[in-house]
Design a protein around this ligand. Structure first.
Ligand code: F3S
Length: 413
């Protein structure tokens, strides 16, 4: 691999051991993936900020790095942790577990990581621009910045993201290269589906697309508009059920003004038609509505925006969550503060719902709750929580989720 003089100096240990080891990892990765050079990055985002992911090994690695004086070289933010730092007792988190997460937070702080604790760092202090090269992990964030912003990052693994943060570089391969950003599988939505495309069809379509394409680049044709939150929900689901790191929506996302542009002026390898029947089938698979009690309702995955907080507040105003059901709203501290100022947090909490800030159902140890049935409006939660929380899952719209939390049960009607 070609290395600049500066990179060679780092590899020779002239900039300290943390950078030397980090660059060595990146060079090995690049060589394995056919990269011919490195590319400077604008920012990094770290997924092993969570104790659930980092574990004791993470504490050991971060402690060593801090002892060696390691500092991140570019703007770097943290993914959700494994506790809500302010409310972990309310979520029945064991004290020794919380202490391990606090230890990770202290170590990341000493390396200069911005403690965003969110999977939506692009909505806080880490907003890339079109064409920026990045070193990010967190599948839902990676797919958002690649697809909706047009920045460029591969889906980095835990600790590879840290190597990128420490050196300010990543190997130039995969989605950093223009030719690899071409759409490969075209999804044509039928007019009967697009005529009345409900909000919760976005995560359902994302789930279907992810299952179908794996790690290929999908192109969606037929939608005329999509909001920030709908694009976020679609991408997170596609990155969970598959390994999608970039999608194009023709007429909506920045590298897809036309189908030809989305496909790099080449014929797509495959075409898939999606209508109401296919969307209905995938929603059944994600957790079709079966009447019965619900223990916990999880919304705000990926972390809720201020618009979503407004919507939750309007659906909960003057209502009361059922005594046998928990409604947990996941978001980050930036949105929490703004939502508090705007009165939404008060409405949500008065209804008996709990805010889960800087973490989520997937990242916390929830065994003490004994939940058996979870309802969600998120494709990513629908994919993961049966394994991570150990519950049966029901998928529905945001309105249906909140209605179920109020009624304490889900009803098909
Ligand atoms: Fe974020 Fe947790 Fe969902 S990390 S994307 S809220 S599973």
């Amino acid at each position: 691999m070609y290395l600049t003089d500066e990179e060679q100096r780092i590899l020779d240990g002239k900039c300290g051991d943390p950078q030397r080891v980090a660059l060595r990892v990146l060079v090995k990765l690049g060589e394995a993936c056919g990269a011919e050079r490195m590319v400077p990055i604008v920012s990094a985002h770290l997924v092993a900020s969570s104790y659930q992911i980092a574990g004791e090994a993470g504490i050991e690695i971060y402690s060593q790095l801090v002892a060696q004086g390691a500092r991140v070289a570019v703007q770097t933010t943290s993914d959700p942790g494994s506790i809500d730092f302010a409310r972990w007792r309310e979520f029945k988190t064991p004290a020794d577990y919380a202490a391990r997460q606090v230890k990770i937070a202290e170590l990341l702080d000493r390396m200069g990581v911005i403690p965003t604790w969110t999977c939506t760092p692009y909505a806080t202090f880490n907003l890339p621009r079109f064409g920026d090269h990045l070193g990010w992990s967190e599948s839902s964030a990676v797919v958002f910045v690649n697809s909706v912003i047009g920045a460029r990052t591969n889906r980095l693994a835990a600790y590879v993201d840290l190597c990128a943060a420490l050196t300010g570089r990543v190997p130039y391969f995969g989605l950093h290269v223009t030719e690899n950003r071409r759409g490969q599988v075209v999804f044509e939505l039928t007019p009967d589906l697009t005529a009345d495309f409900a909000d919760h069809y976005f995560p359902a379509l994302g789930y279907l697309v992810g299952q179908t394409v794996g790690d290929k680049v999908p192109v969606i044709v037929g939608l005329r508009q999509a909001t920030f939150d709908q694009l976020k929900a679609f991408g997170a689901a596609s990155a969970a059920s598959g390994s999608v790191a970039l999608y194009h929506m023709v007429g909506i996302t920045p590298e897809a003004r036309t189908l030809e542009e989305a496909c790099g002026r080449q014929a797509p390898a495959e075409r898939v038609v999606v209508g109401r029947r296919e969307i209905g089938a995938v929603m059944e698979q994600m957790g079709g509505v079966v009447d019965g009690p619900v223990d916990v309702v999880g919304i705000g995955c990926p972390h809720a925006s201020i618009d979503q907080m407004r919507r939750y507040a309007s659906l909960l105003e003057g209502k009361r969550i059922h005594s046998g059901t928990e409604l947990w709203v996941c978001t980050n501290v930036v949105v929490e503060e703004m939502a508090r100022k705007m009165g939404y947090v008060g409405i949500i909490e008065r209804a008996g719902a709990k805010l889960m800030v800087g973490t989520c159902h997937n990242d916390c140890p929830l065994g003490a709750w004994g939940f058996r049935r979870l309802m969600t409006d998120s494709g990513k939660f629908a994919y993961y929580t049966p394994t991570t929380v150990g519950t049966q899952c029901v998928f529905g719209s945001t309105e249906a989720c909140i209605q179920a939390a109020i009624a304490g049960k889900v009803e098909r009607s």
